[in-house]
Design a protein around this ligand. Structure first.
Ligand code: FAD
Ligand code: THG
Length: 830
């Protein structure tokens, strides 16, 4: 039996035996990054013939636009450009920096381009919004009368994908990697049975039509064949292959005489779902305008069969003219020169779409040593390969990849139906203007809390998160809103928002409100050794008597914050953990020793937060237990009954008011809600939604993991150092924390100067006119009468004036002292 994944070590100096499936851009780049880190026992198995084996890479036109709302994707793309720029094959650079230009033909798109310019500034990409005349200068073929403006990024450009794959392959080979083409992987072998302590079986070998290759690690870099390779290992790979049309025109007279492959920026016309690049004297055109064309990876032809059937490659399906026709009209409207031309050749090229549009990376929870590096664009390929190589060799990627972590999908997000529907929808939305709060439309409703019927009766306005229906505000509270004094908003920030949220926030501060906290992830940790385990995994002191609740952090080995948790000790060997992403379950399960069990109990249970100065008046009459401050202290937990309902009550509050989180099983949820509602009538209880919740938590300065802080940050710079007890004995990450120096950046609270201004998150922050950081979360603080924004910034004194860029406008803000609300904690500890 081979060792646990985390113990899989090198045999010689060459590192462990790694088998990579697929020699597309991702497999080649990964082999390069692994061998560069000293893992040189790397075998890449490829079914097709090198150097263009027939996957998506073989015909990718290679446009690299780096800017994305995702900081992680932008970082991946930046690295790809850096790496390919310096990679030369036969004297040719693998990157052609022709620049990028995105066009707006509608006011909505122009506003979106300003937001994209904001992301670019936040994530360190050079770019500016330009007028139509400048667009025409950059791209003389366009009809500038249809264009309102553009976003120009001079350092974007074209990746020479096949060349880059070859260059990285050859470098890996020079360090000892082998690439075996015409080897079709047909099976993945695993250890027999399961190990104890939650440890899963590990991989042992990869089977091909030409022999078996022993392996300590297997990486599936099989592109859209990922689900096929995954099934061989017993792992679901949540991606849907879809065809996407790409065509080339005949030679254009206006480009005749061109010698360079391309000289003008790569061009996007998102309003019509199109993009363009030059191929010397022709144009290449890609379209996302057609209906989704899903492809079943299990029935796709292999390379030889595809050839025999007249296809150039398995990933290149016949061009469907009828899907192309409307786009061709759009092309000719934008580029009048095309009116005299026609399409010379085209194909329906296949690549991967995931339910949320992000790659799927990381090691499987079920099969140790089985890794995925799937659903990756050429744009992000080198960045992804670097991160995965770091993850494998050093135990963690060098940047925050939680948005790409394969563990991010909930059970309800892994059905084939969900993956097909969501993948197709991602294709449709690829260039759409999407609001950060915009929920998916289908499949909904998917997960509902037991209170759903009551929420509907109260006119809940639901958004979606993690598959859950989540009320953002309740129309039933509209009469209260009339009295709320809130400034009007611009159209963008007014979407998925209502002044009713202000009334709900005020009612929480003045009276009492019920919040549906069911989606809050709950883990149960049990067994002898559970205390030692949790104590050693987290930063705060957990050696307290049953009944204690502790706010604590999960760190990785470098001292980065993997999560922030509340740990309630309900019995000597029984804990309830309030967690964040599904990765927390994975992390704790991986580390749990024999005899300690970690279980996600979220789905079978529910939670109501009862918060506000009258919360005690509401709850006390429902129980014979003493809920006074003396009888039930702050950060204490108790199992008791409220009316007929057995509950676990925890006295804490993410909104900064007196109150309790009340947990029960799903079957009793409705009864719990009704009991609290009845008891609350005399106190004017309301139901309140996440819009108010988010405002209240930011006033109180409570961080949201994954948004405000990630594993790129240590507790001190993130402002949660109070949860670290360096005097408590060993815990994961402690040594690394000691070595970290004084923070050079800080998660910094800002108050916008103008009471009528709002920002939403991810905007760049300028100090002395220079982009110095970015906003993480922001919300209007209804109690403070100002918008609160948290931002990563260099360490600066309280009172410093900065500006936040919102739609191209600079909005004044001032660094504030936190917590902004109730610094004496008098509202909570009472
Ligand atoms: P692939 O290149 O598909 O490589 C996977 C490899 O695995 C294949 O070579 C395959 O043969 C091999 N394999 C599969 N199963 C087995 C098996 N059982 N045994 C052995 N080997 C196996 N991205 C951009 O960034 N910019 C663009 O402009 C762009 N334009 C595109 C245009 C089109 C028309 C298409 C189709 C895609 C485009 N993409 C673009 C997306 C991009 O091409 C892909 O996301 C990327 O190439 C995927 O690389 P990969 O290495 O993951 O997969
Ligand atoms: N409830 C429960 N668990 C959770 C959350 C929750 N786990 C995940 C996430 N939310 C954790 N985040 C926080 C953030 C702040 C607080 C609680 C959970 C909090 N902090 C107080 C403070 O900072 O003043 C108290 C800290 C202390 O006394 O140590 O209340 O919402 N169950």
């Amino acid at each position: 039996m081979s060792e646990r994944a985390s113990e899989r070590r090198g045999r010689s100096g060459a590192g462990p035996r790694v088998v990579v499936v697929g020699a597309g851009i991702v497999g080649c780049s990964l082999a390069d990054e692994l061998t560069a880190r000293g893992w040189t026992d790397v075998t890449v198995l490829e079914q097709g013939p090198l150097p263009a084996p027939g996957g998506s890479t073989s015909h990718a036109p290679g446009l690299v636009f780096r800017t994305s709302p995702s900081r992680t994707l932008t970082a991946f793309a930046r690295y790809t450009v850096e790496k390919l720029t310096s990679l030369r094959v036969d004297g040719v650079s693998c990157f052609d920096p022709v620049g990028g230009l995105e066009l707006a033909t509608t006011p909505e798109r122009l506003a979106e381009l300003h937001r994209r310019a904001g992301y670019a500034a936040s994530w360190g990409v050079r770019g500016e919004v330009v007028d139509a005349a400048r667009c025409k200068e950059l791209w003389p073929l366009i009809d500038e009368s249809v264009v309102l403006g553009g976003f120009h990024t001079p350092d974007d450009g074209l990746a020479r994908a096949v060349l880059a794959a070859r260059g990285q392959r050859e470098r890996a080979e020079s360090r000892g990697a082998r690439f075996l083409d015409r080897h079709t992987v047909t099976g993945i072998e695993k250890e027999d049975g399961h190990r104890g302590g939650g440890q899963a079986a590990g991989v042992t070998a990869v089977v091909t039509d030409r022999g078996v290759f022993p392996a300590d690690h297997v990486v599936s870099a099989a592109g859209f064949w990922g689900p096929v390779i995954g099934r061989m290992a017993g792992v679901d790979v949540p991606l849907q292959p879809l065809a996407h049309q790409y065509a080339r025109t005949k030679p254009l007279p206006c480009l005749s005489g061109a010698t360079a492959e391309a000289s003008r920026p790569i061009l996007r016309f998102q309003d019509r779902d199109l993009y363009f690049r030059e191929h010397t004297d022709r144009l290449g055109i890609g379209s996302y305008a057609h209906k989704p064309l899903p492809v079943d990876p299990f029935t796709l032809l292999g390379h030889g069969e595809a050839r025999a059937n007249g296809l150039e490659m398995p990933s290149s399906l016949p061009f469907t003219e009828e899907d192309w026709a409307p786009s061709w009209d759009d092309c000719r409207r934008l580029l009048p020169a095309l009116r005299d031309s026609e399409i010379e050749e085209g194909f329906n090229g296949v690549f991967s779409f995931t339910p949320d549009g992000m790659p799927v990376l990381g090691e499987s929870r079920a099969v140790r040593g089985f890794w995925l590096a799937e659903a990756v664009w050429v744009t992000h390929s080198a960045g992804v390969a670097k991160a995965v190589a770091e993850w494998m060799v050093e135990g963690r990627p060098g940047l925050d990849v939680h948005e790409c972590d394969l563990t991010r999908f909930e059970d309800a997000q892994r059905s084939p139906a969900y993956i097909r529907d969501r993948g197709s929808q991602q294709f449709v939305e690829v260039y759409d203007v999407l609001h950060p709060l915009q929920p998916m439309e289908r499949p909904r409703p998917l997960r509902v809390s037991p209170f759903h019927a009551r929420q509907q009766e109260l006119g809940a306005h639901f958004l979606e998160g993690g598959g859950w229906e989540r009320p953002h505000w309740y129309e039933a509270n509209a009469p209260l809103a009339a009295a709320a004094d809130v400034p009007p908003r611009d159209a963008w920030s007014a979407r998925y928002w209502s002044p009713v949220a202000a009334a709900e926030a005020r009612a929480t501060r003045e009276r009492v409100a019920l919040y549906d906290m069911t989606p809050l992830r709950r883990l149960e940790v049990t067994g002898r050794g559970a205390l030692d385990f949790l104590h050693g995994m987290t930063t705060n002191n957990l050696r307290k008597k049953p009944g204690a609740v502790t706010y604590t952090l999960l760190l990785d080995g470098t001292g980065g914050i993997r999560s922030d948790l509340t740990v309630a000790r309900l019995g000597p060997d029984r804990f309830q953990v309030g967690a964040n992403s599904p990765a927390d379950l994975d992390w704790l399960t991986r580390h749990a020793p024999d005899g300690v069990h970690v279980r996600d109990i979220t789905s079978g249970t529910c939670c109501v937060g009862v918060w506000g100065p009258l919360a005690r008046d509401l709850v006390q009459p429902l129980t014979g237990d003493d809920f006074s401050h003396e009888g039930f202290g702050y950060f204490r937990a108790r199992e008791t009954y409220l009316g007929h309902v057995p509950v676990t009550a925890m006295r804490l509050s993410y909104v900064g008011e007196l109150g309790w989180e009340l947990y029960t099983t799903a079957d009793l949820g409705l009864r719990l809600w009704d009991t609290l509602w009845e008891a609350g009538r005399p106190y004017g209880v309301i139901a309140a939604g996440r819009s108010a919740f988010n405002s209240l938590r930011l006033e109180k300065g409570y961080r949201a993991w994954g948004v405000d802080m990630t594993d790129e940050h240590d507790p001190y710079e993130a402002g949660v150092g109070f949860a670290v007890r360096l005097d408590k004995g060993d815990f994961l990450g402690k040594e690394a924390l000691r070595l970290r120096g004084e923070p050079r950046r800080r998660l910094t609270p800002l108050l916008l100067d103008d009471p009528a201004s709002v920002v939403l998150g991810k905007e760049p922050v300028y100090v002395d006119g220079v982009a110095a950081g970015y906003v993480t979360s922001a919300a209007y603080g209804y109690t403070l009468g100002r918008c609160v924004a948290y931002a990563w910034l260099p360490v600066l004194p309280v009172g410093t004036g900065v500006s936040v860029e919102y739609f191209g406008e600079k909005v004044g803000a001032t660094i504030a002292d936190e917590p902004l609300f109730d610094p004496e904690m008098s509202r909570i500890r009472c």
